[in-house]
Design a binder for this molecule. Sequence first.
Ligand code: NAP
Length: 247
Amino acid sequence: MNLDSQTCVVTGSSRGIGRGIATELGSHGANVVVNYRSSEGEAYDVVDAIEADGGTAIAVQADVTDGEAVDAMADRVRNAFGPADVLINNAGITVDKRFDEMTREDWDAVMEVNLGGVYNCTDAFYDDLRAADHGRLINISSVVGQQGNYGQANYAAAKSGLFGFTRTIALELASTGTTANCVSPGFVETDMLADVPERVREKIRNRIPLDRFAEVEDITGIVRFLAGPDADYMTGQILGVNGGMEW
Ligand code: NAP
């Protein structure tokens, strides 16, 4: 299997896209770290699902906004599986409001998780990734970071920020052979989309050439490809997985 015994950390993998990535990597031989903030039961369900499929996984609680908790997670990972080979910065939140109604707290909350969490996790695992034979940093952005979206100035700014971050880290890691790439999904059927009213969903769907929202499985195979050895020569890239939306 192409991820045999690779230690793969997936932040925010108790639910949604992260859950799908964790199970996909687990089914390809990875030792998977299922990180979560508060959904403990769901995180252990993901571990059970990976083990039932013959894979190996542990669940580790850490709020990615808490640098000390993230460092403690990194220690637990090294004790369980050794240094990390692959870090997938997936944990993310939205706090949607039109800009004239958005408070500084709304802004900061989204920045803290979607960019601050990426800083904390990348920092905690950076030396591991740099030293790995096929080290991988994969950041999960969004088409909203490319197009903008009504009511999401904070989220769009954070997700755009990941593009510059990824391309810079790709340059800084290049001499080690470790790669850094960004996957930029369109609109995916998860809890994050569940709160969007039907009339807004309809408007969004009309902008998607493939005429449907993505399923989690539309994203996870792309992430598995990037995590594996077939993507050794691919770095600094932004992979749009959005049903053909323009940006
Ligand atoms: P989701 O279903 O809401 O799941 C979010 C996950 O992130 C949960 O496992 C949650 O854990 C975790 N999380 C949130 N805050 C955290 C924190 N501070 N520390 C650790 N974990 C935290 O979201 P999703 O739709 O799967 O989104 C996953 C990623 O894809 C996000 O970065 C999102 O921006 C991006 N994305 C989503 C879509 C979409 O349409 N759904 C589109 C493009 C990009 P707990 O349950 O424990 O809180």
